[in-house]
Design a protein around this ligand. Structure first.
Ligand SMILES: [Cu+2]
Length: 202
């Protein structure tokens, strides 16, 4: 993640440009070497889904942004609703390949339990920097993604085959997550996938 090849003091900033910490590096300077490329053996749950189509109802939108007017006191919402422990954003049927269309331009999309594969953009023009495009490559697996400036959405796929129940999703910025931008999906062992949000107790 970090290579400290030069002696000196290096501030680390947060979102507001406040210094969170300073890294003090001592010793001789050294030259950073390139990492050599390698290819991991992927476990089954990371099987490539780029060419896999999704069943109806398993392809849903997840929007991180504004809230309904009655929830205006929250910082942000997922599909217009602030976090509600009794309400889930989408339903998933175990064993189905799932696709989510997500807009992580101003917020970072984070998902628990199952990593997701970034399979592409919904638009041909998506306004991200070459640096970002190089960092997040189509086919990569992630558990959090944000592309500042993104227009349109990202297509993310995963294939839940093991764990039933809750999958938490939220903005990875704590001050947003804790003020509304959190939700969950529910994985069932029967019944089809559905995009409509439901109350868990219905
Ligand atoms: Cu956020």
């Amino acid at each position: 993640m970090v290579r400290c090849s030069k002696e000196g003091q290096f501030p680390v900033y947060d979102f507001k440009d406040d210094v969170m910490m300073t890294i003090l590096v001592s010793g001789e300077d050294s030259s950073a070497t390139e990492l050599s490329a390698w290819k991991p053996d992927y476990p089954e749950y990371l099987n490539n889904l780029q060419a896999t189509s999704t069943d109806s109802g398993c392809k849903c939108e997840t929007n991180m942004g504004a809230c309904l007017p009655e929830m205006a006191n929250f910082v942000g919402c997922i599909n217009n609703f602030a976090y509600d422990p009794e309400r889930y954003v989408h339903s998933i049927e175990l064993g189905k390949v799932v696709e989510r269309l997500v807009n992580p331009a101003n917020h970072s999309y984070h998902q628990h339990v199952y990593p997701f594969q970034f399979v592409g953009y919904t638009e041909t023009e998506y306004a991200v920097t070459d640096y970002t495009k190089h960092y997040f490559q189509e086919g990569d697996w992630n558990d959090v993604m944000q592309m500042i400036g993104l227009t349109g959405k990202l297509k993310l796929r995963f294939h839940p085959r093991t764990h039933l129940g809750l999958v938490m999703i939220h903005c990875h910025r704590l001050s947003h997550e804790d003020h509304g931008m959190m939700g969950w999906e529910y994985i069932f062992d029967k019944g089809g996938c559905e995009c409509d949000a439901k109350k868990a107790l219905d």
